[in-house]
Design a protein around this ligand. Structure first.
Ligand SMILES: *Cc1c(COP(=O)(O)O)cnc(C)c1O
Length: 382
């Protein structure tokens, strides 16, 4: 059994030492006094469990998503898990998804009782929609596209397939708040869309939180029951279910951040565009495919590069927190052994995992810092 020690504090301490960092939380919450004051109100009212701040956030989130409903839950992972459960996914079912994602996507499928069925990705690191149809079996219940790095997937094609085969779509939109696809918000794509408020997501809280958006009255009702023990009232339970309520204290932070999300998004997009423009001329670098009818919001800014490990070490030595999201695709993780995959099964995902590097692109990166990173990369290849 692998170690179970909490590695996060040390991990954050290490990368916090670097000057140009992926972590910007001290700056992000420099106005924490304002948030404390709003929390104080909640504490004085004792409005802790599914309090009014949760209701207000859900209304505001549904509004910005252009959906009928938003349901606050405990985390992005729970958002995916509960969405699958609300659709009736369980033992013996299959869910088609991407081999290139964060562990939580697959964890939610597996803990819901289903088997993850992987597709390879395309040149934009998103699921290759051309591979989906061949993976459908009588056991398939849903397609789970991940809008990687805040770029919505090829939804026209995915929605056609889902409709033809009567499948639901659960969107992993944890990177994709404010992203749009042909004018439609990430929250309105698919049957349900799932968001995370993890501290390093584009909209972040002081711990964990998540939200699900949908236009389905039936699924929204079911999810509101499922996140709160199946209760319709204090003494009446309509289904034995879960406790995955969005914390009211976290809803305060989420509402505060929602006021800033346009600025956060626009800064990230501007920084990413600048990196694209300056790095496109570097022959050792490949920028992922961009699309003009998609508004990509760059939860991460990843590119492919030659001599990835050397470049990463060089950037870290020079005070830049270069990261890899993520070096091992899902089908090659030890956790996936039981699925019987091998190297070569999803060659594009494997190639991207071997060659990708992520540069800090959050709203507090300055033009000078970006130029510094760009010059380092150019100097490395000269
Ligand atoms: C962060 C993330 C999740 C999980 O969100 P949590 O709030 O941390 O549970 C799921 N999918 C993707 C792609 C993510 O990046």
């Amino acid at each position: 059994m692998a170690t179970t020690k909490n590695f996060l504090p040390e991990q954050y301490r290490q990368s916090n030492k670097l000057g140009i960092n992926h972590n910007y939380l001290d700056q992000q919450f420099s106005d924490h006094q304002v948030i404390w004051a709003k929390m104080r109100d909640v504490v004085i009212r004792g409005d802790f469990t599914l309090g009014s701040e949760v209701d207000l956030l859900e209304k505001e989130y549904a509004h910005i998503s252009g959906t009928k409903h938003a349901i606050g839950v405990g985390s992005g992972t729970d958002a995916i898990f509960l969405s699958l459960k609300a659709l009736g996914v369980g033992e013996g079912d299959e869910v088609i998804t991407t081999a290139f994602t964060f562990y939580a996507t697959i964890g939610a499928i597996v803990t819901a009782g289903a088997k993850p069925v992987f597709c390879d990705i395309g040149a934009d690191y998103n699921i290759n929609s051309l591979e989906i149809e061949a993976k459908i079996t009588p056991a398939t219940k849903a397609i789970l596209p991940v809008h990687w790095s805040g770029k919505p997937c090829d939804m026209d094609a995915i929605e056609d397939i889902a409709q033809k085969h009567n499948l639901a779509i659960v969107g992993d939109a944890c990177h994709a708040i404010s992203a749009t696809y042909k004018g439609r918000t990430a929250g309105s794509l698919g049957t349900l869309a799932c968001f995370s408020f993890h501290p390093l997501k584009n909209l972040n809280v002081w711990g964990d939180g998540g939200i699900i958006t949908t236009n389905s009255d039936e699924l929204a009702d079911k999810l509101r029951l499922m996140r709160n023990h199946g209760l319709v009232g204090r003494d009446e339970c309509h289904m034995f279910a879960y406790n995955s309520r969005l914390d009211t204290i976290q809803a305060v932070v989420a509402r505060h951040m929602l006021e800033k999300i346009n600025h956060i998004t626009e800064s990230r997009v501007a920084h990413a565009n600048y990196f694209d423009k300056e790095l496109r001329s570097v022959p050792q670098i490949i920028i992922p495919k961009r699309d003009t009818d998609i508004y990509q919001v760059y939860h991460i800014y990843s590119i492919c590069c030659q001599r990835r490990s050397e470049l990463q070490n060089y950037l870290i030595e020079n005070d830049v927190d270069a990261k890899v999201h993520y070096p091992i695709p899902m089908h090659l993780q030890p956790a996936a052994d039981y699925l019987g995959h091998k190297k070569g099964d999803f060659p594009i995902a494997e190639t991207i995992a071997d060659n990708t590097i992520s540069l800090p692109v959050h709203e507090f990166i300055s033009r000078n810092q970006q130029d510094h990173v760009i010059n380092l990369i150019k100097a490395f290849y000269d």
